[in-house]
Write a protein that binds this ligand. Structure first.
Ligand SMILES: Nc1ncnc2c1ncn2[C@@H]1O[C@H](COP(=O)(O)OP(=O)(O)OP(=O)(O)O)[C@@H](O)[C@H]1O
Length: 283
């Protein structure tokens, strides 16, 4: 598998403060990879290193097989898109005029603006001044700008943090489609539901260190206590070990008397696992 991003023993300090320590991971081409961590864990710092906005103090990082420093070159900049919360939009210009600047910069057709606005569900706001937009609308314009040149790789720093559920769902659908068409996506979030819904693999970042890495289902299974919960029609709940004869016997008995209301697996959520490993939640 080709690595679109590769990070080895990466470290970043701000004076004496260690923001990233011995970080190691790869993101494969075509993957949606999520970096999960609470506020201050180092997510934005890592994105800044990967997009050549900050230099690391230790280790190596490469994007598209090149050292990250090469991402400063114009021809490489056009291969990735970046969404961060510092929007860099021109407040006195309209949504459309802002996107027009990027369209010209990347030499795109006019249709790129229509497509990007449809992607973020903002067609009706194209003539609005950026200074008049809500936080969620601003986030969507920034996302439109990040993806309008159809990049090979998208860096999204908390892409839906300001969005309502309807727009979040619309953006998820769009991102999945974009990914199916070949864009690799690296996103940061502290929303575990977002990570479960979107990501092929996730890494947990805590105090600058990666604590765990894997597919959400694989992580849940790895931390599962191998039990199931059975709720009976009278409201009783029973926790039973998986794959044991006694469980099969009890289930058979209940089923014969049509006493089972529902059954579910007792696997932990990503948030539970994060809490178990670090002693704090993702918020
Ligand atoms: N330029 C800087 N100078 C000094 N310290 C910094 C700088 N940038 C980040 N930090 C510190 O590094 C740590 C990681 O910050 P970072 O912004 O990467 O966290 P984050 O996980 O993205 O948080 P959030 O979810 O709140 O955006 C924080 O303690 C932050 O205060």
């Amino acid at each position: 598998m080709t690595a679109e991003i590769n990070v080895e023993h990466l470290g970043k300090k701000f004076n004496e403060f260690i923001a990233l320590e011995d970080v190691n991971f790869s993101v494969h081409k075509g993957e949606i990879f999520g970096l999960l961590g609470p506020s201050g864990s180092g997510k934005t710092t890592l994105i800044k290193v990967l997009t050549a906005q900050l230099d690391q103090n230790k280790g190596k990082a490469s994007v598209f097989g090149m050292p990250v420093n090469e991402m400063k070159r114009v021809e490489n900049k056009s291969r990735f898109g970046l969404l961060t919360d510092n929007s860099g939009l021109y407040k006195r210009l309209s949504v459309e005029e802002n996107l027009m600047l990027y369209k010209d910069l990347y030499g795109l057709d006019d249709s790129a603006i229509d497509e990007a606005l449809a992607f973020v569900n903002l067609q009706d706001a194209r003539k609005k001044k950026v200074s008049k937009l809500s936080k969620g609308m601003l986030q969507r314009v920034t996302l439109a700008r990040a993806l309008m040149h159809n990049p090979d790789l998208l860096f999204l720093d908390e892409p839906t943090s300001a969005l309502d559920p309807g727009n979040t769902h619309h953006i998820y659908k769009g991102l999945r489609k974009l990914n199916e068409m070949g864009t690799t996506i690296f996103l940061t979030t502290h929303d575990m539901a977002e990570a479960e819904t979107l990501c092929d693999r996730v890494a947990f970042l805590h105090e600058g260190k990666i604590q765990a890495i894997g597919a959400p289902s694989e992580l849940r299974l790895r931390h599962s206590d191998q039990s199931m919960i059975v709720e009976l029609t009278n409201g009783e709940q029973h926790t039973l070990p998986l794959n044991e004869l006694t469980t099969a016997e009890r289930l058979e008995e209940w089923m014969r008397h049509q006493l089972i209301q529902r059954i579910w697996s007792n696997e932990p959520t990503l948030g539970d696992i994060f809490m178990e490993m670090t002693g704090r939640d993702l918020r």
